[in-house]
Design a protein around this ligand. Structure first.
Ligand code: SF4
Ligand code: SF4
Length: 442
């Protein structure tokens, strides 16, 4: 039975829909006491998970049950914010008489959707640096991932993704679209932009700024597309250019970035002010660097903590990247004791929104229930952690929606990919497959 669930998840190409796209069949291949559903959706402006929970609560429970069976969990917990009233109502009704599945609701704070925070809130445990949630008896999965698991139990592969289109667009909305659909089509559906913009792929804090949507399409992990006006303060903050001279001369080592760091509050040795000091001293970290691997790039240090407008999260990222490039991997540490005031240090989301300067974009983005259609998809072969998938179709092949088009390379970590529309394969490369509508259908 467990093997069957595992195989169905793998064959459907399910990957973590809310983060780096870790293949779910690999994540599910463990034993854990708890399965925690991440429904906190902590990034401001995104409206996917809260609406998915409200409308697809039964699917969520079915997927959760399957995952619990797979890992032998004694308890399933759906973690969400109190103010997601419709989702809380739907799921409270559905779980009312269940003994092994419950809700855990929290106030709106950032980053409530960080898996470390969820594990700590529900179990009081902290994943040590270099460790994984399973080391503390937990598996954490995003709402869309768990719903995809439910579909996988019925033999339905992952072929679409639900995405919030927000920011400076005419009609912010949440759309379910075929994987591979051009991102520019989503902006058009939202009525276009209200002024000249660039775009953030993902949420305002952790998303990546791009200056053009050309060649970019929806992947299994796309959760948000935010139009951000050129010249907006957040636009500047998200620019990837690091001005080391400014960082060196301005940082006064006040350590506010470390004091406000949510991972530091959990007792992990994440100290961005030391990384800033390292920059000033020629990139010598002056001590223990292992904790840097526990930085989750939430951006609190940059967007809220630093009163000089410096970007310690970019320095953390750069140092982490440099360590990885040198082949240095995190050393698995002992468990930590969280700061006893960790919960009091939580950053209210409305304060974050004000600091980001995006209050005017903090509006509803209603979910369109019908899936959008398109005439052409551009499906990347790497939408997940691990090796790119290997095409099993050729140019000119006729494919149908749900058909396998790329497989996991032998003995590699990876995920299967399926066609998201009926059509003809028009291009196959090492990095993507393009499919277009058949001529007589246009
Ligand atoms: S980066 Fe900013 S918050 Fe952090 S130590 Fe320097 S001045 Fe203080
Ligand atoms: S981005 Fe900054 S605040 Fe967030 S975990 Fe890393 S160091 Fe801490």
């Amino acid at each position: 039975m467990v093997q069957e669930i595992y195989e169905k998840i793998r064959d459907a190409g399910v990957v973590g829909a809310g983060g780096a796209g870790f293949p779910t069949h690999v994540k599910a291949d463990c034993e854990a006491e708890y399965v925690l559903v991440n429904g906190a959706e902590c990034e401001p402006l995104l409206r996917v998970d809260q609406q998915m929970m409200a409308f697809y609560g039964k699917d969520l429970l079915e997927g959760l049950r399957a995952l619990m069976r797979c890992v032998g969990a004694k308890e399933g917990v759906i973690f969400l914010k109190k103010h997601y009233e419709e989702a809380v109502h739907t799921l409270s009704e559905l779980t009312r008489n269940l003994k092994d599945i419950r809700l855990h609701t929290v106030d709106s704070y950032y980053p409530a959707g960080d898996e470390q925070q969820i594990i700590f809130e529900v179990t009081g445990r902290v994943v040590p640096t270099g460790g994984l949630p399973k080391d503390v008896g937990c598996v954490v999965s995003n709402v869309s991932t768990v719903i995809n698991i439910a579909h996988a139990m019925h033999g339905e592969p992952v072929v679409n993704k639900t995405v919030t289109v927000g920011g400076a667009v005419v009609s912010p909305c949440t759309l379910t679209v075929p994987i591979g659909m051009d991102l520019s089509e989503l902006v058009l559906y939202a009525g276009g932009v209200t002024e000249p913009c660039d775009y953030i792929l993902g949420g305002p804090c952790m998303g990546q700024l791009v200056t053009s949507l050309a060649g970019l399409s929806v992947t299994k992990t796309t959760g948000g597309l935010i139009a951000i006006p050129k010249g907006h303060p957040l636009h500047e903050k998200k620019s990837t250019e690091i001005n080391y001279k400014v960082m060196q001369s301005v940082c006064c080592q006040c350590s506010m970035c470390t004091q406000m760091c949510p991972r530091n509050a959990l007792g992990l040795n994440v100290q961005p002010h030391k990384a800033m000091r390292a920059v000033a001293n020629g990139a010598n970290l002056l001590g223990d660097y292992n904790g840097i691997f526990s930085c989750c790039d939430c951006g609190v240090c940059t967007y809220v903590a630093c009163n000089f407008g410096l970007k310690p999260n970019q320095i953390m990222k750069a140092v982490k990247g440099s360590l990885s490039a040198q082949g240095i991997r995190p050393v698995k540490e002992q468990r930590y004791e969280a700061d006893r005031f960790a919960l009091q240090k939580r950053l209210p989301t409305d304060r974050l929104i004000a600091r980001l300067g995006v209050s005017q974009y903090d509006v509803p983005a209603p979910l369109l229930m019908a899936e959008l259609k398109t005439k052409h998809v551009h499906i990347p072969l790497k939408m997940h952690a691990g090796a790119p998938s290997k095409p099993v179709v050729s140019e000119g092949d006729h494919v149908f929606r749900g058909q396998l088009i790329a497989d996991i390379p032998e003995k590699a970590l990876g995920a299967k990919i399926h066609s998201s529309m009926d059509g003809i394969v028009t291009k196959v490369t090492d990095t993507f497959i393009e499919i277009s509508e058949k001529e007589n259908e246009s």
